[in-house]
Design a protein around this ligand. Structure first.
Ligand code: SF4
Length: 317
């Protein structure tokens, strides 16, 4: 009897210890994500006094996390801004319409559900078996711009994270012949809207863990039945493989996107090679004959290391 009591007590103590550790790890994760989002907002001046931020919510882990972190930062931010969550119900078969309204009502955030049957348009226009994402995204973006106007939103927040940004960079390089990523802040092509990506500094792995811990009611993203984009898959697999085999490489690559040296690329549109003159002035971006070929151990480089807030992506030397 005494032995049973002792072992029950020991089990209870073990459980309490495990709960404490789990809570500690979650707090660390939440703090890191809040810092990442706060830094990105500061570095790119994403949100300003009086902004009305339209948070686009798909029902996936990324957009839930973005909304959650923005709501949390809103409470302690030194500026006032409002948030309105928007979901576009594209009428994909099996879309669980009740999930987002229930969740958003529960957390008490202002929201709008927009119903537009883009699914029928896309399936009518695109041949069966072909990837439908590019038309679908274009239609969705147009609708979101219209809704932003209706809601008086001054910023449109999208849930792309660091790994999405890197994947886009490599997709454009490998298949588009362009050095072009997906910036944390950009004016829309019609010049009327400001698109922001508050998760730009967040790792997908962190977001995944956070979404699991917070038990967000995730809506599966394959309801439309679209064929996966093979090129995107190839790039995603490559990045995941690098991340496993070379810890720190993704951080270093992301950091590289924040430290661009136009004079060391080959585009006369962004650097005046034609008009370049050797005028005797020493220059940091000039040719050094030999670039140094030894670099820091990438696993020890952090893009969020020690740079002051106004230094863009923060970073490593
Ligand atoms: S996966 Fe489906 S819903 Fe998402 S962008 Fe592609 S076609 Fe649209």
């Amino acid at each position: 009897m005494t032995d049973t009591l002792i072992s029950a007590d020991a089990e209870q103590a073990r459980q309490t210890e495990a709960d404490k550790k789990q809570q500690y790890n979650f707090n660390k994760l939440a703090k890191r994500l809040r810092h990442n989002v706060g830094d990105a907002i500061n570095h790119f001046n994403m949100i300003e006094e009086g902004d009305r931020v339209m948070v686009c919510l798909s029902g996936g882990k990324d957009s839930y996390t973005m909304l959650d972190i923005l709501l949390s930062l809103q409470k302690s931010a030194p500026i006032n801004f409002s948030i309105v969550a928007v979901n576009l119900d594209q009428k994909q078969p099996g879309f669980p319409e009740h999930v987002l309204p229930e969740y958003l009502s529960k957390i008490g955030v202002e929201y709008r559900i927009v119903e537009e049957d883009t699914y029928s348009i896309v399936t009518r226009v695109i041949e069966p078996g072909k990837t439908t994402c590019s038309l679908c995204s274009r239609l969705r973006r147009g609708i979101l711009y219209r809704v932003a106007d209706e809601l008086g939103a001054t910023k449109i927040a999208l849930g792309h994270h660091r790994d999405d940004i890197l994947a886009t960079l490599f997709l454009n390089m490998f298949y588009g012949g362009k050095l072009k990523g997906m910036p944390p802040k950009l004016v829309s092509d019609d010049g009327k809207h400001m698109v922001i990506r508050p998760l730009a500094y967040c790792k997908e792995k962190d977001i995944e863990k956070y979404a699991i811990a917070k038990e967000f009611p995730i809506i599966p993203c394959n309801l439309c039945g679209s064929q996966p984009n093979l090129q995107r898959q190839v790039v995603g697999d490559m990045l995941r493989d690098w991340d496993k085999r070379f810890p720190g490489r993704l951080e270093t690559m992301f950091s590289a996107t924040c430290n661009v040296v136009p004079s060391h690329l080959n585009d006369p549109k962004i650097y005046d090679f034609v008009g370049a003159k050797a005028d005797g002035t020493p220059r940091e971006d000039g040719d050094k004959a030999f670039d140094k070929e030894e670099f820091k151990d990438p696993s020890r480089i952090s893009i969020f290391a020690t740079k002051p807030l106004d230094s863009g992506c923060g970073g490593d030397e």
